[in-house]
Structure formats: structure tokens, C-alpha cells
Design a protein around this ligand. Structure first.
Ligand SMILES: O=P(O)(O)OC[C@H]1O[C@H](OP(=O)(O)OP(=O)(O)O)[C@H](O)[C@@H]1O
Ligand SMILES: O=c1cc[nH]c(=O)[nH]1
Ligand SMILES: [Mg+2]
Length: 208
């Protein structure tokens, strides 16, 4: 399976706090942002560097800088927005592409309602962010959209993944690596991840 489960103690501790039944909206939001930051750190580990010569305090010095700097962060609305600031803390100059998908509660199919992509996608690494990878339908639909626009390098960052969703993404898009804080047990009949987090969008936005 193309999934990297980040076992860092800070990641696992924050995930444990997120799973508490009585977690407040404020705490859920803060933890989501913190977790996104840590997961993005891991997902950007293999960004290419290039050597540059700069003027330092004592003369010229050779330094390593990120090559190209072309990156787009792709939050899947709504819940992905909760992770956005955490990721932008690490890559503040990244451009943002937005995809709106709502999962139909009966069919569990993603229904698109918005898309706005930045330019030059063929030249960028796309970091898709969404707290939950359940059936994988929303993630696959987002990757399909990005690839249709020419994007060739895509990574997915989620907080919690279900094996069903990882399998679907792996089958449809074997080139896309998934980064997660946890690979959970399974989906229930309503398509919710068990043990999961419940409805991440509702918890971040305070709806329901
Ligand atoms: O893997 P899937 O089965 O597609 O499910 C995962 C999707 O469901 C949730 O969003 P939802 O559609 O509930 O919308 P929201 O973010 O507005 O709450 C979640 O944030 C993912 O986008
Ligand atoms: O467990 C799940 C599945 C889909 N969406 C969520 O917010 N949670
Ligand atoms: Mg969604």
C-alpha cells in the first residue's frame, strides 16, 4: 500500500486528543492545524534541493534551497480547509487550488460543486489535503481533476485513512503517495471510518 503512516510521537499524541468524544470545536480545529503541519513536514521530506551561492555575513556561502518552489496546496472543501493554515506555515508561498466536493450520504459518491485551480499545474507538486480518506471517492475525484489539468506530481495528506480508501487510490492512482497519522480499521455501513474521528467537517466548522 502506498501509505506512509507517520509514527512520530507528537503526531500520535495529537491524534489521540482528536479522537476524544467530547473534544470541542476549538480544540479540534487547533489540533487539525497542528497535525497538518507535522504531516506536511513529512510529505515534503523529498522536495528537491539545489545549491546556490549567496552573500553571507562573512562573504560568499553555498546554501541549499528548494528547487523551483512550484507547489500548490489543494484543500478539499470543506474539511480540508481546516488543515490549510498548518500546511501554509511550512510552505508560505505555495499557491492554493480549491476543490469543492460533498459526499452524498446515501450513495457515498462525491458530488462536485466547486473548482478553482492555479496555473502551470504541469510544473507543480500538488499537495491534496483532507482530514478523512474513507471510501476514497473524494480523493480519487480530486486526483482525476488535477491530472486532467496536466498535474503530474501529486501527494495526499490525510489525518485518518480507511483501508478501503487507500486501496481505491492505490488502484486508480498508484503514483500518488498518501501520508496519514493513522490507517484505521474499516468503514461502517454509513461509510464512516472506524474508529475514525466522526464527521471531521462538522467538527471543524461546528455544524450539527
Ligand atoms: O473518502 P470519501 O468516502 O469520499 O469520504 C471522505 C470525504 O468526506 C468528507 O467530506 P464531506 O463530503 O462530508 O464534506 P465536508 O468536508 O463539507 O464535511 C471528508 O472531508 C472527505 O472529503
Ligand atoms: O469517517 C468519516 C468519513 C467521511 N467523512 C468524515 O468526515 N468522516
Ligand atoms: Mg468533502
Amino acid at each position: 500500500m502506498q501509505i506512509t503512516v507517520v509514527s512520530h510521537p507528537l503526531v500520535q499524541h495529537k491524534l489521540a486528543l482528536l479522537r476524544e468524544e467530547d473534544v470541542s470545536t476549538n480544540k479540534f480545529r487547533l489540533l487539525t492545524e497542528e497535525l497538518a503541519r507535522l504531516l506536511a513536514y513529512e510529505a515534503t521530506r523529498d522536495l528537491k534541493l539545489e545549491t546556490r551561492t549567496i552573500q553571507g555575513w562573512c562573504g560568499e556561502v553555498e546554501v541549499q534551497k528548494i528547487k523551483g518552489k512550484k507547489l500548490t496546496v489543494v484543500p478539499i472543501l470543506r474539511a480540508g480547509l481546516g488543515m490549510l493554515n498548518g500546511v501554509l506555515d511550512l510552505v508560505p508561498s505555495a499557491k492554493i487550488s480549491v476543490v469543492g466536493l460533498a459526499r452524498n450520504e446515501e450513495t457515498l459518491q462525491p458530488e462536485p460543486y466547486f473548482e478553482k485551480f492555479v496555473g502551470k499545474l504541469d510544473d507543480r507538486l500538488a499537495l491534496i489535503i483532507d482530514p478523512m480518506l474513507a471510501t476514497g471517492g473524494s480523493m480519487v475525484a480530486t486526483i482525476d481533476m488535477l491530472k486532467r489539468k496536466g498535474c503530474q506530481q501529486i501527494k495526499a495528506i490525510v489525518m485518518v485513512a480507511a483501508p478501503e480508501g487507500v486501496k481505491l487510490v492505490n488502484e486508480r492512482h498508484p503514483d500518488v503517495q498518501i501520508y496519514a497519522a493513522s490507517l484505521d480499521s474499516h468503514l461502517n455501513e454509513q461509510g464512516y471510518i472506524i474508529p475514525g474521528l466522526g464527521d471531521a467537517g462538522d467538527k471543524i466548522f461546528g455544524t450539527k
